[in-house]
Ligand binder design. Structure first.
Ligand code: HC1
Ligand code: SF4
Length: 579
């Protein structure tokens, strides 16, 4: 152990710890900007490029960056001397001298770490002036890149290259011309970007932000000719409250429903309904492939992989075009919902699909891109018209002058708002496969599953494995979150070494609860764990916890779809992939 004293407080830390680690242990606040720690996930951005965290170390001539300086035994550190404070202010002034001053209209205003530091360091004017960098703005369907605002912290590169292994963003050029860009400075949309949004989730400033669609929703709501239908993703309810100061890990489902009704949506439904539907289709597809495989059909592909995460779909389309027949053909719950809403439900209402506007509230930025894919349209009319992120929904609630915290709990509308506990756990890593197992077990064996909790597929490990007994078969189940882990499992499949029968993939840390459209997670794994707990609590509290027990799903099959994998189900609920 190493002894260290910071601002007069003494502690011991293990060898290899940084001054910042020791300061955290002592509750001494040292400001950071480029630093990003996802220790539990083994990914850290420790470029020490911003120098905001500099401290004075006794007997050393230069100030040291706390995030990247290892503790030496007997070290004495001061974090608040005039020399330290002046250095930090100078660093900030230099950054601000080459940063647009349009905070009033910046999408990150109020959530910007640079803005917070300028406020904390009492910067009221910028004493340095000079040239400003100007770059082309890059607007994709999901993410806006505005490199004029980039401070070169490199957090986005860590997420894109180390965590997601997508290799889209990297620093090019030197000095004043240095910029973080996709290959050949092409637009994100033309690159192999998955739109996972994890770069935007950790960007400290407004350089990478979601494409905002709030005003499209306001306009649709004001159109008396339109029937507005809203669906909410499983993970939104576990994080939306954070935008209103409610403690992290509090599920706000009832308040969210009440808010959506007050905003003026005609029908307040739940993506969870379609998650139950997904289990019926994907689970049946799995059982069909498994049975044929066991019967000796060598043309059948196993493992099957889940297909509900649009960034994951784009990842395998770009990176593994030779394996397009491995993932399930089931559409994502969001797209299944849109297809059912604009067929079955529009017919129940007696209106043409063009009269209906389907809005989805998602924790994800890739969903904005997914709903714009041409295969999810009928004669140019999309199944899902507009996707808002959790953050945009929070803004819309505030815009509509709704006092969220005082709202009573309300229930979703029937029929497309009813769901089981199996559906809500889609929002966390391992949840989709757990939901599938609950149904596949009962449908395959005809026996009741007494213990519905499959603990082995839960938790924050990047790759999880479980053996599950279903009748006389032992199924090998794999789960991965974050695309770097998905890549490993796909490479095993490509090499013919995969041990799995079924694999769940989610692109974001912790699953959708850590999505790029959620309140900013800043790589905080403890925060993700709280959101996860809220999801499992909601599962426990549901009257039904298996998708095939959802009475409105049963009714949908009886009245409209026939049975899982029927021709009509295939037409509405399944898709195909593109090289
Ligand atoms: Fe997800 Fe899904 S769980 S992809 O993570 O399968 O976004 O929450 O809505 O579609 O249901 C996201 C979440 C979401 C879909 C479902
Ligand atoms: Fe990389 Fe994801 Fe950002 Fe695209 S959205 S640049 S894949 S981190």
């Amino acid at each position: 152990m190493m002894n260290i004293t910071i601002d007069g407080k003494a502690t011991q830390v293990p060898a290899g710890s940084t001054i910042l680690d020791a300061a955290k242990k002592l509750d001494v606040h040292i400001p950071t900007l480029c630093f990003l720690q996802m220790d539990e996930m083994k990914f850290n951005n420790m470029t020490a490029s911003c120098r905001i965290c500099v401290v004075e170390v006794e007997k050393r001539r230069n100030l040291a960056p706390a995030c990247a300086t290892p503790v030496m035994d007997g070290m004495v550190v001061k974090t608040n001397t005039i020399r330290v404070l002046n250095a930090r202010r100078s660093v900030l002034e230099l950054m601000l001298s080459d940063h647009p001053k349009d905070c009033l209209v910046c999408a990150k205003s109020g959530n910007c770490e640079l803005q917070d530091l300028a406020e904390a360091f009492d910067i009221r004017e910028i004493g340095v002036s000079g040239a400003m960098s100007t770059y082309r703005r890059d607007a994709s369907p999901a993410i806006i890149r505005d490199m004029d605002k980039c401070i070169l912290c490199r957090r986005c590169e860590t997420m894109c290259n180390d965590v997601q292994t997508c290799g889209i963003l990297s620093g090019v050029d030197r000095g004043f011309n240095a910029v973080v860009a996709p290959p050949f400075e092409m637009n994100l949309e033309d690159s192999a970007c998955t739109f996972c949004g994890q770069c935007a989730a950790v960007c400290p400033v407004g350089a990478l932000v979601e494409r905002d669609h709030t005003w499209d929703v306001v306009t649709a709501l004001a159109d008396p000719e339109k029937v507005t239908v809203v669906q909410t993703a499983p993970a939104v309810r576990a994080a939306l409250g954070e935008e209103f100061g409610i403690e992290a890990g509090t599920s706000v489902t009832g308040k969210m429903v009440a808010a959506l009704r007050q905003i003026g949506f005609d029908h307040v439904f739940d993506t969870d309904f379609a998650a139950d539907l997904t289990i019926m289709e994907e689970g049946s597809e799995f059982l069909d492939r498994l049975t044929r495989h066991l019967d000796g059909d060598t043309s059948v592909k196993l493992p099957i992989m889940t297909s509900c995460c649009p960034a994951w779909v784009k990842f395998f389309e770009h990176q593994f075009p030779d394996l397009l027949d491995v993932p399930s053909t089931a559409k994502s719950p969001m797209q299944m919902f849109g297809a059912v809403a604009k067929s079955y439900y529009a017919e129940l209402l007696g209106i043409p699909r063009e009269k209906m506007v389907v809005v989805s509230i998602m924790p994800c930025l890739a969903k904005k891109y997914e709903c714009s894919r041409p295969e999810f349209m009928v004669d140019g009319n999309p199944d899902v018209d507009i996707t808002l992120s959790t953050r945009e929904l929070a803004r819309l609630i505030k815009l509509m002058n709704i006092e969220f915290n005082a709202l009573p709990d309300e229930d979703f509308d029937a029929p497309l708002g009813y769901s089981t506990g199996a559906a809500v756990i889609f929002g966390v890593t391992g949840g989709v496969i757990e939901a599938a197992l609950r149904t596949a077990y009962e449908l395959h064996t005809g026996e009741k599953l007494d213990k519905v909790d499959f603990e082995d597929v839960r938790g924050m490990d990047g790759v999880k494995s479980a053996k599950v007994q279903v009748g006389s078969h032992t199924l090998n189940i794999g789960v991965a979150h974050k695309l770097g882990n998905a890549r490993k499992l796909l490479e095993e499949i490509r090499e013919g070494k995969s041990q799995y029968h079924a694999i769940e993939i989610m692109s974001c840390p912790g699953g959708c609860i850590g999505g790029g459209g959620q309140p900013y997670h800043h790589g905080d794994v403890e925060l993700l764990k709280k959101r996860t707990a809220a999801i499992y609590d909601e599962d426990l509290a549901k009257p039904e916890r298996k998708s095939h027990e959802n009475p409105y799903i049963v009714e949908l099959y009886e009245k409209y779809l026939g049975k899982p994998l029927s021709e009509k189900a295939h037409h509405l609920l399944h898709t195909h992939y593109f090289k």
